[in-house]
Design a binder for this molecule. Structure first.
Ligand code: MN
Length: 324
């Protein structure tokens, strides 16, 4: 849903009125949550405000924006006047969520339609392709100049959430904003390399194994991959970094539903679902999960093999129903 203009004015006003901000993104940080945090941090500092950035997790990407060297952990923060939670609900900030509950004021900025958070200032616009594009609008409204460093960080967030201007959320507005950020100094090549084309040796080795687990139903409708916890251990890859493996199943010609079964801890299976046309969001919800219509997930507990069989048969039922 599009946010109301008056809600945007209230959001901008909150940045004018308050002086000390602590910024947070979500657990398993991605380029949009990090880029939004980096861009907003730099903009607020230019605006004469105090700003700190918090991230309690190891970054999944090479540290490509130098300002992220100033990331702090929750434990380093004494008190918070105004917490700014970017790209998620406050509950999804992991270790930091307790700290945020103690903040005098919380500003929540997001573009996920599922965001139902309570906050003093809550701004959710699900028509935005990324939280980074909302941050761009805020800084512009504050008359903060978009420096090269700000442009680079926001550009990285936008390519992260649009798959490098490839997903269905790539509108002409998004492309125009991308062009604007490049005009201001964002570097498309280095951002693309960092976000999409830099993987650890261990990850590439695991990928080879994961591809070898790829299975396809006889009719070709469903392609699945299955990575067990012991595989992550053997290849030395954090199971949290394995969610992107599902894209390879989605690439197979003729696939209707792509599925990744990823055992993150023994007995706990993260289900990743992708489709070009079928409502895998409803499929995820039927397993207690959620997400978007074409990209969703759920967490399952129990026997790996039984869940593989159950999910594949439910996916086939979905396909048959939608195909009529
Ligand atoms: Mn995002």
């Amino acid at each position: 849903m599009k946010a109301q203009p008056s809600a945007f004015d209230a959001l901008v006003q909150a940045f004018r009125e308050n002086d000390c901000f602590v910024l947070f993104g979500h657990e398993n940080p991605d380029p949009d949550s990090l880029g939004s945090m980096a861009g907003l941090h730099l903009g607020l500092q230019w605006f004469g405000k105090q700003s700190a950035m918090v991230c309690d997790e190891r970054l999944p990407y090479p540290l490509y924006w130098p300002v992220l060297q100033n990331l702090q952990t929750s434990a380093q923060i004494q008190e918070i006047q105004t917490a700014v939670v970017l790209d998620c609900e406050p509950e999804r900030t992991g270790l930091a969520s307790d700290l945020i509950r103690q903040a005098k004021k919380v500003i929540n900025i997001d573009h996920h339609p599922s965001n139902k958070a309570q906050a003093h200032i809550r701004y959710v616009d699900s028509e935005e392709p990324a939280t980074a594009s909302i941050v761009y609008a805020i800084l512009t409204a504050l008359d903060v100049p978009i420096t090269e460093a700000i442009a680079d960080a926001l550009y990285g967030g936008i390519i992260g959430d649009t798959g490098g201007f490839r997903y269905a959320n790539t509108t002409s507005d998004v492309l125009a904003l991308g062009a604007e950020l490049v005009t201001k100094g964002a570097d498309p090549a280095s951002n693309a390399r960092a976000v999409f084309e830099t993987k650890s040796w261990n990850f590439m080795s695991l990928l080879g194994h994961a591809l070898s687990t790829m299975q396809r139903t006889q009719n070709g409708d469903i392609v699945s991959m299955a990575v067990r916890h012991r595989d992550f251990e053997e290849y030395g890859v954090d199971p949290n970094d394995g969610d992107q493996l599902v894209q390879y199943a989605r690439m197979v010609e003729g696939v209707k539903v792509a599925i990744l079964f990823r055992e993150t801890t023994p007995g706990v299976i993260r289900l990743g679902l992708r489709s070009h046309a079928y409502d895998v969001g409803s499929l995820a919800r039927s397993f207690g999960g959620g997400g978007h219509r074409l990209a969703s997930g759920a967490t399952l507990e129990g026997s790996f093999d039984q869940w593989v069989a159950a999910v594949i048969s439910a996916a086939q039922e979905l396909i048959d129903r939608e195909d009529g």
